[in-house]
Ligand binder design. Structure first.
Ligand SMILES: Cc1ncc(COP(=O)(O)O)c(C=O)c1O
Length: 358
């Protein structure tokens, strides 16, 4: 029973998780768009297996070690969506390439793709390449058409590279107003389609984060989408964007109210070492899952400072579930999660790729 667990503990609602995986897969299947879930959110072999069984075409990983840790899921197709440059990675990249059927890597700028070329030569590998295009986030990815074409031509000429298409992470849609999201999706698809026309080859287009994936999957010309957060959800996906219903949230942190130092403040036993340091744009680290108006507005390492109109309803010793602001870094702080169905604890899953950031 959940009641028997010590706190803080990360809880995963198995039925909701299964529902989220199934819904995204159904949307993609309906439009014959490939689903390549990003595993950085869950980092768990068990969840990867569920995604692959539901029909995911492959998995996206941020780092090589994350990909290595997820291999027991049986995955045969992996896209590493990160800027690989370090020649020291050559032996491990080569081993990963031998372990699966298809390994795709990212070309994210002209300087990076040259370092990637040296890495592939050192690893004696010929890999498929997706070229990153910046569509507004301002992180990795080419910044202009000329930039993109330079990278494309480099890839086309390099013996160790096979050009597969373009990808983009439109993470800036998290900050956009919900009513602007469709226009943003149109812009991204147009930008990628125009680039493909300029290159004049039937290249694949891979956009789609959790805010946009279901709508991206329906767009003409989109090959694959790569959402990650959709499996569990968090405040970033429910509070503002409404792309996920509160009742579909699958990950919560079970905490105990450990003190009530003042009338306006309750302290829970989950701080930044459990919820992570990430906050919503409104400054929340977490909110009460039962929807009482009380939020963790400040964290020290082992305390969540909980305030809000309903804080006086929180009693010392009471156990409350929190929805974290950003689930991905919170999962990365847990060794294991407790899997629940209703009030029952039905399983314990290891966070297999926890801390795999190399
Ligand atoms: C390259 C890349 N692809 C896909 C995703 C998944 O996006 P989301 O977290 O919205 O599911 C991310 C998230 O950071 C990403 O960086």
């Amino acid at each position: 029973m959940i009641n028997d667990l010590l706190t803080p503990t990360m809880l995963i609602d198995r039925d909701r998780l299964q529902g989220n995986i199934k819904r995204m897969q159904q949307v993609c299947d309906a439009h014959q768009t490939e689903l390549w879930p990003h595993i950085k959110t869950h980092k768990m072999v068990e969840v990867a297996r569920m995604q692959l069984t539901a029909g995911a075409k492959g998995l996206v990983c941020a780092k090589l070690s994350e990909a290595e840790a997820i291999l027991p899921s049986g995955v045969q197709r992996i896209f590493i969506a990160h800027s690989l440059v370090d020649h020291r990675l050559a032996p491990r990249l080569s081993a990963l390439g031998r372990a699966i059927d298809l390994l795709i890597v990212a070309a994210t700028s002209y300087e990076q793709v040259q370092a990637l070329g040296s890495l592939l030569e050192a690893a004696r590998m010929r890999l498929q390449i997706l070229v990153a295009v910046d569509t507004g986030l301002g992180r990795e990815g080419t910044r202009s058409d000329d930039d993109t074409l330079r990278v494309v031509h480099y890839v086309q000429k390099h013996e160790n590279m096979v050009l597969r298409g373009f990808y983009t992470h439109e993470g800036h849609t998290y900050g956009a107003r919900p009513e602007e999201t469709d226009a943003c999706i149109d812009g991204v698809v147009q930008q990628l389609t125009a680039l493909r026309e300029k290159v004049g080859e039937p290249l694949e287009l891979w956009p789609g984060c959790s805010v946009t994936a279901d709508r991206m999957a329906a767009r003409q010309g989109v090959t694959a989408v790569r959402p990650g957060t959709y499996v569990f959800g968090d405040l970033s996906l429910t509070a503002k964007h409404d792309v996920m219903r509160w009742d579909d949230l699958a990950a919560t942190v079970l905490t105990t109210v450990v003190d009530r130092p003042t009338k306006e403040l309750a302290l829970v036993d989950a701080g930044s070492k459990t919820l992570s340091g990430d906050k919503t744009a409104e400054g929340l680290s977490g909110s009460l899952f039962d929807r009482r108006y009380a939020h963790v507005t400040k964290c020290s390492e082992e305390h969540g400072w909980t305030t809000g109109a309903d804080v006086d309803t929180l009693k010392i010793g009471e156990r409350v579930r929190l929805v974290p602001a950003h689930i991905c870094p919170a999962i990365n702080l847990a060794n294991e999660v407790k899997v629940i169905s209703g009030d029952e604890v039905v399983d314990t899953w290891l966070v297999d790729a926890r801390g795999c950031v190399q």
